[in-house]
Design a binder for this molecule. Structure first.
Ligand SMILES: [Fe+2]
Length: 326
């Protein structure tokens, strides 16, 4: 495959390929990909081109796609093992278990559990021992204004730290706590969520398995650092959270209907901006692939009790879903 590199500006490089075009949309991260129909069977060459662009740009936007849950799922499998979302059985697509609904569209007059998800900075499923690798979201309906998603490049955030701070973080482990997810959840669902997902420990800095580069892995869902008190940890977490989402590290995606956006949870954080009229519909579907199994439970004994309680109350979870407020 020959790539023609056309330099069109100081920070803008266009790669012209026989079928697929990749145009950066942000300096820190993000690219727009055209010339490919994701609803069709892709060639291995097309998949390789997309993966190369993904590794380089971290967030890929595919505008004007015509996808449904089945074709979205088929495309997702190019990026690893599908996540069946055992960690959050609250907002699935009714006919497709691997597809999550991100929607405020009422179901039987009630607000779905996935409405207003992800409104603080996070990486997907970092509250599990096997957090997501790729996430894909397809936009079906959007509000007239707002409802964007922001992404921050955690390679860049890490690189911008002082050598001493990087050295300190390199040996650190962070406790990721599901109770720190966005506060707009129904309390009953949040309790069930916590039982299903006891706190887990991940490195504060991850080495990306494909790029080989270190990326900061601390965000708004980190509660404390292992071996440090909460009092010691909190100011450092606050600093890192603020540092990592400075505008210079961020790409803000303004959704269009039929956008498919693919991102890499191993080297970025993201946030769903809640700046839209709740009377308007924001309706999207999401899939993820399983990342490496490298996390561990913070407290295995407490986790076992928590998971037993979750199993015992699985019916309660189902009931909780149907009892969501309007
Ligand atoms: Fe997310």
């Amino acid at each position: 495959m020959t790539w023609v590199n056309t330099l069109t500006g100081p920070n803008t490089t266009t790669f012209q390929m026989p079928t697929i075009q990749v145009q950066p949309v942000g300096f820190a991260l993000g690219a727009r990909v055209t010339g490919v129909d994701l609803s069709k069977m892709l060639t291995s060459d097309e998949v390789q081109q997309i993966k190369a662009a993904w590794t380089k740009h971290l967030v890929l936007v595919f505008p004007g796609q015509q996808l449904d849950p089945a074709t979205l799922t088929a495309f997702t499998t190019h990026f690893g093992e599908l996540d069946n979302y055992d960690s959050q059985p609250f907002n699935r697509h009714p006919e497709h278990d691997h597809v999550m609904l991100l929607s405020n569209k009422p179901v039987n007059g009630k607000l779905p559990a996935g409405a207003y998800n992800g409104q603080n900075w996070h990486t997907d499923l970092s509250y599990t021992v096997r957090p997501a690798k790729a996430t894909m979201v397809y936009c079906i309906e959007k509000p007239s204004v707002g409802g964007d998603t922001m992404f921050a490049n955690m390679y860049a955030a890490y690189e911008a730290l002082s050598p001493k701070m990087r050295e300190f973080l390199d040996d650190l482990e962070a406790v990721n706590d599901v109770s720190l997810i966005s506060a707009r959840r129904d309390p009953a669902i949040l309790e069930a969520f916590k039982r299903l997902n006891p706190p887990v420990v991940h490195p504060a800095v991850r080495i990306h398995p494909e790029s080989g580069k270190p990326a900061l892995y601390v965000n708004d869902r980190v509660r404390t650092f292992v071996g440090m008190s909460d009092l010691e940890s909190k100011p450092i977490i606050k600093f890192l959270c603020e540092h990592s989402v400075q505008p210079r590290f961020v790409y803000r995606h303004r959704w269009e209907v039929r956008d498919l956006v693919l991102w890499d949870n191993r080297c970025l954080t993201h946030l769903a901006v809640g700046d839209y009229d709740p009377k308007e519909i924001r309706h999207m579907i999401r899939t993820s692939t399983m990342g490496d199994h490298y996390g561990r439970l913070e407290n295995p004994q407490a986790a076992e009790a928590s998971l037993k309680a979750a199993a015992a109350t699985s019916q309660e979870v189902a009931a909780g879903v149907s009892a969501l407020h309007d």
